[in-house]
Ligand binder design. Structure first.
Ligand code: COA
Length: 315
């Protein structure tokens, strides 16, 4: 397939590190040196599905396609306060989509997983045009009393429209199931038959172990994928890496020995917006006119699961 439109939307509320240090035992200095984050967009009076719809409309506008042209709508979303119908249906009702649609919950690598699915449906001859949207509000998963998690995240939505083409050169997905490194759980409606209590626990994370997984999964996954498709790392124009932490990105750059200018970053004013991070970065770079026809772009993301994935595209 080929990407012909991108879009993104962010909550209007911007929360700086200084604002966090007013109610948490933290500081701009700690957050900046450990993560590279200075501020993040945080959901307040908006609904995340409205931001999803805005990102989708922008991507459709750029592509020149109408909602009725879309054959499949894939939405990546970890959590929202409405469990059913899924986020894909909530957004479809707002933008007028009526194709087959479903949600995936692959955490931060959701965009790469969705690209892999889109390409697989396309190669099976089932679709011509696919719309992907990653719509995430991780700031509703963390405890705002837990300085080790809430400072890391921001919210937002990113979308991409794909059509026929030979521009996805390859994808590689990876899992290392390990369910206590990043997790949260919440209570369901009580049932008279359930005898074990549900846990209500905000996002928990073993930061250092996740850090190691992220660096290894990205460097190994990208290397294997590039070897498989026969593209040299020096021929890659842009490495669009999940914006989780600037130190993770810097370690990946060190291991891969690639000039840092080829790693666009927006972590400083976005924080980690889960699966929305890659398509938001893609859209921002695209709208700045950074991509030229023929550029090779690598996308790589990692997160809860533990899951990771990489994709290589020709622009
Ligand atoms: N402000 C000030 N101090 C903080 C803090 C904050 N926001 N968060 C944690 N600390 C403290 C800890 O309590 C700890 O204090 P202690 O030594 O008195 O116990 C100290 O800082 C060191 O904590 P530690 O967790 O070892 O720090 P770290 O150097 O590993 O950095 C992360 C923590 C979370 C920034 C880092 O592990 C990380 O980036 N991990 C990857 C996380 C990630 O990106 N996850 C999403 C992937 S999709």
């Amino acid at each position: 397939m080929r990407i012909i439109g991108t879009g993104s939307a962010l909550p209007k509320k911007i929360v700086t590190n200084e604002m966090l240090s007013q109610f948490l035992d933290t500081s701009d200095e700690w957050i900046t040196t450990r993560t590279g984050i200075k501020s993040r967009h945080v959901i307040s009076d908006e609904k995340i599905e409205d931001l999803g719809a805005e990102a989708v409309r922008k991507a459709l506008d750029m592509s020149g396609l109408k909602p009725s042209d879309i054959d499949l709508f894939i939405v990546s979303n970890v959590i929202t306060n409405q469990d059913t119908p899924g986020m894909s249906c909530l957004v479809a009702a707002k933008v007028g989509l009526s194709c087959p649609m479903f949600d995936i919950n692959c955490a931060c690598p959701g965009f790469v997983y969705a690209l892999d699915m889109a390409e697989t449906y396309y190669k099976a001859g089932k679709v011509k045009n696919v719309l992907i949207a990653c719509i995430e509000e991780p700031t509703r998963m963390t405890s705002w009393e837990d300085r080790s998690t809430c400072v890391l995240f921001g919210d937002g939505a990113g979308a991409a429209v794909l059509t026929e083409g030979d521009n996805i050169k390859g994808t590689k997905l990876h899992s290392q199931p390990d369910v206590d490194k990043i997790w949260m759980s919440r209570k369901l409606v009580p049932s008279p038959y359930v005898t074990t209590p549900d846990l209500e626990v905000p996002l928990q994370m073993k930061g250092r172990e996740v850090f190691r997984f992220a660096v290894e999964a990205c460097t190994n996954g990208v290397k294997r994928l590039l070897d498989e498709v026969g593209i040299k790392k020096d021929d890659v124009s842009w490495f669009m890496v999940h914006q989780a932490n600037k130190r993770i990105i810097d370690s990946i750059i060190d291991f891969m020995q690639v000039p840092s200018e080829r790693f666009p970053v927006n972590i400083h004013d976005h924080g980690n917006s889960s699966s929305a991070s890659c398509p938001i970065l893609l859209d921002e770079c695209n709208r700045k006119g950074m991509f030229k026809e023929g550029d090779i772009i690598v996308l790589s993301a990692f997160g809860a699961g533990l899951l990771s994935g990489a994709a290589v595209l020709e622009w």
